[in-house]
Design a protein. Structure first.
Length: 334
């Protein structure tokens, strides 16, 4: 296995235009790979010749010559086309090549990712779509910030550094439209906010002042809250303020799907409800005593209901379900 960068650094001289970059030996892969770079044919590649190169093929040295270090490519900043040659690497960092337009990966059978500079991803060629054992090569853009770079390597799809009060925070995301905040080596704000809400709330207040999302006992209950537009700021979470501002709530939606409500404990977050459709449930007791302002209660889909618990003095209009086993629903006040 040949470390291309290692051999090059052995022959490299001072990094000044016109000085020797690498001495090319006629019988090795380098003479074949760099014969077009050595424009004057003197067997020596200068820094000036390397900088003038726009295309480089590293697959001309035969299959026995394997490249395991591509750092030498920093001397070729103007390359537009590159064949990476034979390598066993699964990741290649060529972020120095900001003008790159095409990368041939024909012989890089283990390659999974290429890290590139610039703002436009190069075209990846040489992949065999019929080879089911070979993964498609992904392109990742290089970022200078080492923390942001590590976050991208650790699975985040989106990382944006933001500086405030001489500190750097990172807006991160693993799912489109859902964002969190990374700071001090941990996810200080969970990925439950959208981008605008996160920036507006965090960067105009402090992290401790961000409204914490309510923790729902019943996931079906929460899903219907999201469908009922209780989530006013569309951050895919329900805050205490949003719940308390809600006056109408339905846990039934015939246009989408029917879900069984197992617990009504989450009603405690909605003290100002005036209309409530209890949705479908097999519970025998429906306790809405935490909603003293209730004016309308629809319990028609509460199939096994025996008891409704109301707040003292609360007398809403009630739509009862069909009597379960002939038993009429009883009202209890507390």
């Amino acid at each position: 296995m040949l470390a291309l960068a290692g051999i090059m650094s052995t022959n490299a001289m001072a990094q000044a235009p016109g000085d020797t970059f690498i001495k090319i030996e006629d019988d090795n892969m380098f003479s074949k790979c760099f014969e077009l770079i050595d424009t004057n044919g003197d067997g020596i590649v200068t820094y000036a010749e390397a900088e003038a190169a726009t295309a480089l093929g590293l697959d001309r040295g035969g299959r026995l010559n394997i490249i395991d270090d591509y750092e030498f490519l920093k001397y070729f900043p103007n390359l537009e086309a590159l064949s990476v040659g034979n390598t066993t690497l699964d990741e290649i960092d060529i972020h120095w090549l900001k003008k790159l337009k095409a990368v041939d990966v024909t012989n890089a059978l283990w390659l999974k990712k290429i890290i590139v500079g610039g703002t436009v991803a190069p075209e990846i060629t040489g992949e065999n779509p019929t080879d089911l054992t070979r993964e498609a090569v992904k392109v990742e853009f290089w970022v200078e910030d080492p923390v942001a770079r590590d976050l991208l390597h650790n699975g985040y799809d989106y990382v944006e550094p933001v500086t405030q009060d001489d500190e750097t925070f990172y807006i991160v995301s693993k799912e489109m439209g859902v964002y969190g905040l990374w700071h001090n080596g941990k996810l200080e704000v969970p990925c439950s906010y959208n981008y605008d809400v996160l920036k507006e709330n965090y960067f105009t207040t402090t992290i401790k002042e961000l409204p914490a999302p309510l923790q729902f006992k019943d996931e079906a209950f929460k899903d219907f809250c999201l469908r009922n537009k209780v989530d006013a700021n569309k951050d895919k979470a329900i805050s205490k303020e949003e719940a308390e501002a809600t006056t109408k709530l339905s846990l039934m939606n015939f246009k989408s799907f029917m879900r069984v409500i197992k617990s009504y404990d989450d009603l405690k977050y909605f003290p100002n409800l005036e209309y409530f459709h209890a949705g479908m449930t097999y519970a025998e007791t429906l306790d809405v005593s935490c909603c003293p302002k209730l004016k309308e209660l629809d319990a028609t889909d509460c199939r096994m209901l025996k008891t409704i618990v109301l707040a003292k003095g609360c007398k809403p209009e009630i739509k009862y379900p069909v009597a379960y086993k002939g038993e009429q629903v009883k009202l209890i006040y507390k």
